[in-house]
Design a protein around this ligand. Structure first.
Ligand code: ASP
Ligand code: MG
Length: 419
């Protein structure tokens, strides 16, 4: 017997037919003698619809009421799945976020999970019942319903798995695993059988949309074994495994280890340049302190060499969704910063190569720069971490850059088994 969490995303829950398919998958695990908790998303598109209603009701909606509204999507699917399970002879009940409860912070619309009370849940599982838990929702200390931020059901699933000390957390989605890059851009992308938490964290944060970034961080911290797999197909690799396992580095052996694990493209950043900033101590602080105070995350930063005039240009990126606020903050700080012009560009993309292998290998960045240079792709900014190199390029060159890098790092699948 194992204790498992099965999580199903919005595409898997879209409509009664698909919910029946999910119920059959759950039944198979339950019939095998496992204790099963299921975490579900709202039907695909439903959360967007509910968010739209809030905006329509008032552009300045109360976030506590927003949470009341948008958490409803998961309430519906959790009840429907419990009904579908009962209909095929599986004893099941729904447990809403406030019923367990799943305690969260009071940051409405982006709450963080604290503790989860599993006393009643464990008793119910031990009695042979399947528990269906709506993802994305929780309860703040003042007894108000909260939600975890878009894509938050993944984090709910990992948190539930950690709290009930599950043997694994299976995330069923509309793709059959994590790929070396987006197969829609590179048809010869390969499915990874294993990826480390750290790599997945970097890949999720730079645009690989398979899992919510926060869920990966939580899985790493709690040591939850996560598997990403398809709810629609049953593809298996040569060893008979399905999907991609996300595990600690010690579980990946040398044969499996590649220099580069994956390449991701992210079009959610915007570039900002301030010209002729005085080149003196403290100047950069005048730029980034007000942005930090406004809660705006700055990612890549480049400071050019000083002009003969004793000034310099500073370029950085911010999330595209925050650009308007960032420009506002910078315009208001024009006097203390002392720049000439404020220039911005949203037609940029960040391309990142990620792999724990680069810790022990030199030359990864050089290969990236050379490969892009050969294709005359201009690099606008660079950042690196221990296991990642990212460059900012013009948006129109995204697909070409991903494709040539995928080949340069030897990630292309052999011709005959291309996807
Ligand atoms: N339904 C929520 C969303 O669309 C949460 C989730 O599906 O993960 O963001
Ligand atoms: Mg999702």
């Amino acid at each position: 017997m194992a204790r498992i969490v099965m999580k199903f995303g919005g595409t898997s829950m879209a409509g009664i037919e698909r919910i029946r398919n999910v119920a059959n998958r759950v039944k198979a695990e339950w019939e095998a003698g496992n204790q099963v908790a299921v975490v579900v998303s709202a039907m695909a598109g439903e959360t967007d619809r509910l968010v739209g209603f809030c905006r329509e009701a008032s552009p300045l909606y109360d976030l506590r009421e927003y949470d009341t509204v948008v958490s409803a999507g998961e309430q519906v699917t959790s009840g429907l799945l419990a009904i579908a399970l009962q209909a095929i002879g599986v004893p099941a009940r729904s447990w809403l976020g406030w019923q367990l409860p799943i305690h969260t912070s009071s940051a409405h619309a982006s709450a963080r999970i604290g503790t989860i009370d599993t006393t009643e849940l464990n008793a119910s599982l031990a009695d042979g019942n399947v528990a269906v838990i709506p993802g994305f929702q929780g309860l703040a200390e003042d007894n108000r319903v909260t939600t975890l931020g878009r894509g938050g059901s993944d984090t709910s699933a990992v948190a539930v798995a950690a709290a009930m000390k599950a043997d694994r957390c299976d995330i069923y989605t509309d793709v059959d695993g994590v790929y070396t890059t987006d197969p829609r851009i590179v048809p010869r992308a390969r499915k990874l059988s294993k990826v480390t938490y750290e790599e997945m964290l970097e890949l999720a944060s730079v645009g690989a949309k398979v899992l919510q970034t926060r869920s990966v961080g939580l899985a790493m911290k709690e040591g939850v074994r996560v598997r990403v797999l398809s709810s629609l197909e049953d593809n298996r690799d040569e060893e008979g495994h399905r999907g991609t396992l996300i595990v600690g580095e010690e579980e990946i052996n040398d044969v499996e280890r590649q220099l580069i694990t994956g390449i991701a493209a992210d079009k959610n950043e915007a570039k900002v340049t301030l010209t002729n900033v005085p080149d003196r101590p403290g100047a950069v602080g005048h730029i980034f302190t007000p942005l930090a105070e406004a809660g705006i995350n700055v990612d890549m930063i480049v400071q050019n060499v000083a002009h003969a005039t004793g000034s310099t240009d500073v370029t950085f990126t911010v999330p595209r969704a925050e650009l308007a606020r960032a420009l506002d903050v910078l315009e208001k700080s024009k006097a203390p910063i002392g720049y000439d012009a404020l220039i911005h560009d949203t037609k940029v993309a960040k391309i990142s190569v990620v792999g724990v292998g680069m810790r022990s290998h030199a030359g990864v960045a050089a290969t990236m720069f050379e490969t892009l240079g050969e294709r005359r792709i201009n690099i606008l900014a660079i950042t690196t971490s221990e296991i990642k190199v990212s460059v900012l390029i013009h948006e129109d060159e995204t697909e070409l850059a991903v494709r040539v890098l995928h080949t340069a790092y030897g990630l292309d699948a052999p011709e005959d088994d291309a996807a």
